[in-house]
Design a binder for this molecule. Structure first.
Ligand code: NAD
Length: 494
């Protein structure tokens, strides 16, 4: 765990200039250009990072390709690869306090959550994939007599990973650790507003014995560095987490370049369905936590709640009480339950969505306002709209902020139709004491994960992936390795 004294000792620690990590070397952007990384805690510049462009991407991909082709990683015994990945996991845990505080200064997630969800979760992910190395076997096909069919799993080559600003270390670890475990080399591009902890991940990985060029990290904007990586002719697989808008661009970039495989973990508008027989106090705590923690900047945030009509008003009252009791503010205070919005752009987007929701006829029950503007930072109060029209943007579009849309329902069929009535399908929650209905709803809800009588909180052992326009492919679990491998058949005459 982390304590407040440790946090206070680290909260103003100097942050050096962020350099790219290419071929084991720390280098500035070829152009020398930099970007300011702004802290959402108070709106001040925290550090400068390299503003990389196509030339830097070329260098990083060339380094990754050379490291793949000469076998320094792909031809290493799997168990030896696994030991290095486990050492990276151990080192992340050893540096967890430093990494958590640096990440919070960069993106504003409340420290109590960030400590567990960022360095500690990333440590667990590297250990998990490290432990898998050397434990998997190939297949012998049940061919007709006279032939031997072997099915091999091979690494794809160079993996490009592009990650968002929420939980950068957790999400990068899901992709990087799985890609490395499968024997690939990687070029990682963090989001421009949350790069700093991932640059430290690069240092930690090198110190733990990862050979040069196996993990390359370059910072910069999506339009310059991200786009160049997506269009690169020598990247074999692109693994992305972020918005649907950018996901669509990546598919186009693949089509216009080398047809690289593109895996998309996108947004959501995830519903919680609360039946009248549920433990309503516990459900209210889970639903409120599911949307308001990290100020709603969570891909699986439960941004909609559907409540059986007989308890609808009373349940929304419980949610309003929970929202108004939440401690929103300094993300480096261990008592804070919802920290800052990661950027000023995102803050303005959330406030505009709240205004539009009111104009569309939803009833504002609480929130909808910027908080703590005097700090210079970016904070929004937990916000609840009731009776949100199903066709409104409030119900249909991801906001990625602490904004909950509540709606009543009368029957299980109606709840299912409302819940499934958006383009997304990332996560859902069901609250009921009826075990049969719980199982039925797991089957009926269109989502990659359905939580029952809880919300959020799943570990690395289970896959996370979207249905519908929430994406394709999966992070976490052994299933994630499939993204980063090719099947090869050997057909041998006997
Ligand atoms: P974003 O799509 O704006 O940016 C994500 C990454 O893509 C960043 O690194 C950015 O620099 C890069 N990028 C932007 N434009 C690009 C381009 N033209 N070409 C290549 N790269 C480009 O997303 P964000 O605002 O950083 O993150 C929030 C989004 O991520 C939300 O939609 C959220 O739901 C989603 N998300 C999904 C999951 C999941 O597992 N499904 C997890 C976390 C976040």
């Amino acid at each position: 765990m982390i304590d407040q004294a440790q946090i206070n000792a680290l909260r103003a620690a100097p942050v050096g200039e962020g350099m790219n990590l290419i071929g084991g070397q720390h280098v500035p952007a070829a152009s020398g250009a930099t970007l300011d990384s702004i802290s959402p805690i108070d709106g001040t510049a925290l550090a400068r990072i390299a503003a990389s462009g196509p030339e830097d991407v070329d260098r990083a991909v060339a380094a990754a390709r050379a490291a793949f082709d000469d076998g320094r990683w792909s031809a290493m015994a799997p168990m030896a690869r696994g030991r290095i990945l486990q050492r990276i996991g151990d080192a992340l845990a050893d540096h967890a306090a430093e990494l958590a505080v640096l990440g919070v200064r960069d993106n504003g997630t409340e420290i109590a959550m960030a400590f567990k969800a960022e360095p500690m979760s990333a440590a667990g992910t590297f250990r998990y994939y490290g432990e898998l190395c050397g434990k998997e076997y190939g297949q012998i096909a049940p061919t007709a007599p006279g032939a031997l069919g072997l099915v091999h799993q091979e690494p794809v080559g160079v993996v490009g990973a592009i990650v968002p600003w929420n939980f950068p270390m957790m999400i990068a670890a899901w992709k990087v650790a799985a890609a490395l475990a499968a024997g690939n080399t990687v070029v990682l591009k963090p989001a421009e507003v949350a790069s700093l902890s991932l640059l430290r991940l690069g240092d930690i990985a090198q110190a733990a014995g990862l050979p040069d060029g196996v993990l390359n990290i370059l910072t910069g904007t999506g339009a310059a560095a991200g786009d160049a990586l997506a269009r690169h002719m020598d990247v074999d697989v692109l693994a992305f987490t972020g918005s649907g808008t950018v996901g669509r661009r990546l598919l186009e970039a693949s089509a216009q370049s080398n047809l690289k495989r593109v895996y998309l973990e996108l947004g959501g508008k995830s519903p919680c369905v609360v039946f009248a027989d549920a433990d309503l106090d516990a459900a209210a705590r889970a639903v409120a936590g599911g949307i308001f923690r990290d100020s709603g900047q969570v891909c699986i945030a439960g941004a909609r709640v559907l409540v059986e009509r007989s308890v609808h008003r009373a349940f929304v009252d419980l949610l309003v009480e929970a929202a108004e009791n939440m401690r929103v503010g300094d993300p480096l205070d261990l008592r804070t339950q919802a920290g800052a919005i990661a950027s000023e752009t995102q803050l303005n987007k959330i406030l505009a969505a709240c205004s539009a929701a009111q104009e569309a006829g939803a009833e504002l029950r609480t929130g909808g306002q910027q908080l703590h503007a005097d700090t210079g930072g970016f904070y929004v109060g937990p916000t609840i709209f009731d009776n949100a029209p199903q066709t409104s943007a409030l119900v249909q579009d991801e906001i990625f902020g602490p904004v909950l849309a509540a709606q009543p329902f009368d029957t299980e069929d109606e709840a299912t139709a409302l819940a499934n009535g958006t383009a997304y399908g990332l996560a859902a929650g069901v609250f009921t004491r009826d075990i049969s209905r719980a199982h039925r709803m797991v089957g009926r809800l269109r989502a990659g994960v359905v939580h029952v009588n809880t919300y959020g909180g799943a570990d690395v052992t289970v896959p996370l992936g979207g249905h519908g326009q929430s994406g394709n492919g999966h992070d976490k679990s052994p299933h994630a390795l499939d993204k980063f491998r090719n099947l090869k058949t050997a057909w041998i005459a006997l």
